[in-house]
Ligand binder design. Sequence first.
Ligand SMILES: Nc1ncnc2c1ncn2[C@@H]1O[C@H](COP(=O)(O)OP(=O)(O)OP(=O)(O)O)[C@@H](O)[C@H]1O
Length: 741
Amino acid sequence: MTETTAFMPPEDPEGTEQPTADIVPFPLKKTDPGPIAPGEGVVKPGEWEAELPDTDDPEADGLTDGAPVDPPREVYPPSVAEWMEAKDKARVPVLPDWVKLPDQRTAVRKWAIRHYSAVAGYHAVRLPLVYTPKICVYSPRGAWRWSAAIGRWVFDAEGKTLRLASVANEDAVEYLKLSRQRNDRVRLRGIVATIGGFIGLAAALTLYVMAPSWLLMLAVATLTTTLGVVGAPADRPLIDMAKVTFRKRRLSSDIVIRAHEASGLTTKDQTIAFPRPIGRDGDGWRVVVDLPYGKTFEDAMKAHARLASGMDIAPTQLFLDKDETSGRRVAYWIADRDPLAVPSGKSPLLGATRVDFWKPFPWGVDERGNPVMATMLWLSLLVGAVPRQGKTFSARTIALAAALDPYVRLYVFDGKASPDWRKFALVAHRIGFGIVPKNGIDPVQHLLTSLRELKADVEDRYHRLSELPLHVCPEGKLTPEISRDKKLNMPLTLFVVDEVQEYLTHPEHGKEILSLLVYLARVAPAVGVSVMTATQKPDDKACPSELRDQHQARLALRVGSLHVSDVILGAGSYSEGLDASKLLKSHKGVGLLKGMSDDSGIVRTYLADGRDAERILTRAAALREAEGTLSGDAAGEAPAPETSATILDDVAAVLGKGESKVWSEAVVDRLADLRPDVYGPWAELEPKPKAEALTAALKPFGIGTGQISRRIDGEQVNKRGIKRDDITTAITERNKKRDAG
Ligand SMILES: Nc1ncnc2c1ncn2[C@@H]1O[C@H](COP(=O)(O)OP(=O)(O)OP(=O)(O)O)[C@@H](O)[C@H]1O
């Protein structure tokens, strides 16, 4: 259907008197004009013109007036294969996962042992200190309550109100009937009570006289406990609860409908439909609803807090998922309690001897406890959050995984110079802390040099990959084999910059650092170089969008506002259901992940604290040493030129005044004393690699570490060492060059 609009004929002058349509007088009374047959080809302004079936159109064949326009009903299932596939998908597993999967079984067993031993311990401590005194205090009241109850029973207290009523009504017949009944009852119950009393007394005496003391004690304890329980006040139970009872109620369709009405998503006439029954899903309920026509997932997102209120749960317990099959279908997961406040536990990297960085590795779990695997292949990752939410820890877990793959080259720079990244000095090819020069090293300069070095490497990789023979590089892409071939020197590389805003806002080098990072984040992942930046200030000034936008993957932990959440995760993330401003302070290490895989959602990252990180990095360093892949700063090799210039001064500084030559190991030890953060890792090496690290660092200055002999215990000992003259000459040469340049 098309709407026609009246246009003036082009020749007609403006304000022409010629009417473009017939003028029809406004009818004073509505009359039925009967069917109107419009003149052929005449369409009046504002009328709708129907497109009639085109006789040449093959699809219009057989179409007649009044024929149904709905498509024919599809026969379902269309084929046996599809029917079987549909059944396969719908089948519920015979045994739940925790029974079938060994790791989940182990987790359940460990949990059961942990839980029940904690509960048993809790009560064991309280038994003598709390429960026994309470029993002793409450048992006299229990005895009194019991005897009062027996007395009321014997004397038929329950009929008293009826008897009094008959007296008040002056109903003599009824009163006499009730009195007779009472007398009969009291007689019978009195006999029963007396016999019971005698039996009880006899039993007690027998027990007292004949029973062994343990049985007597047991009987007294049982009786006292029973009386204590009976005597305990209703609002103060005798036994404390060893665990907090969470609010857990059965969710019904009525509650879900009520929530939708309360949140304004439905009206009394237009309610929701349930395409699937409500069912349990992990530690919560899964509800799939079809909103009224015209309502969308985005509407449900906006009503998130109201929906939660309508269901009488906390907003942090309600999770919304989009359903791709319909714009109005929404899947809710209603957790029994806030799952994000439950820590996901220690990182499995603690138990890993090595990691294959080419494969996804465990990074955390989602809100339902399903594992979330991370990969840094072919992408760059931006991590953003307000301070103290776990930004560094979550980024560091990825870097730790990279460290455990000895073939991954690591660059680590931390703009805040916090202790969090220090131990990466054991493995990192290039590393720097903060922005303030310290001990003669300018970390900003070092970052710049490293970025330039890596940019050149990336450019070189593109050339070299295209030149490699087809049998080595069949698709012109980096492969695991190429990346692990030391001769080709194209390892997977991870460039980490924490608190990147500190570098980007540097007055002198900020701009260049930004352009290099933009280049690497955009171009480098395709040749195996991934960039991971973390910031607490994702705004345009501190971390411009030209850099943010290059990151394919984003992780937003708690942020201050919906706007900031969209800045980190990318525009439009909120409408997909991702809003990191809804996370709470208690949700440490929890973030919304987007772009790492096809799925977006919550990740509760595993925890690796400082001590865990150190343990993993020590293992990683040993692994790299064994594989011969320690390089750069970690191996004390050819530092970036700006830094290397300082080593001459450092060596000169540690040579004693009267010493003309010193053994290499001794020089390294003194260097480590001088600057533990720079040379500390060298000092931890065995004597031979220790000397080699120094040799490699001094090589660019043409300084060889020659043989030095010394007599120890009368024996001639030969080792490699440094001569003061060589250092002095190299410093003079370097200064000359610097002055000339
Ligand atoms: N996965 C986690 N599980 C449990 N607790 C965590 C997790 N990650 C971080 N935390 C806790 O949060 C605290 C802050 O973490 P982290 O230092 O990574 O935050 P941050 O956002 O980098 O802070 P800042 O910006 O101040 O450096 C940690 O000390 C730790 O106690």
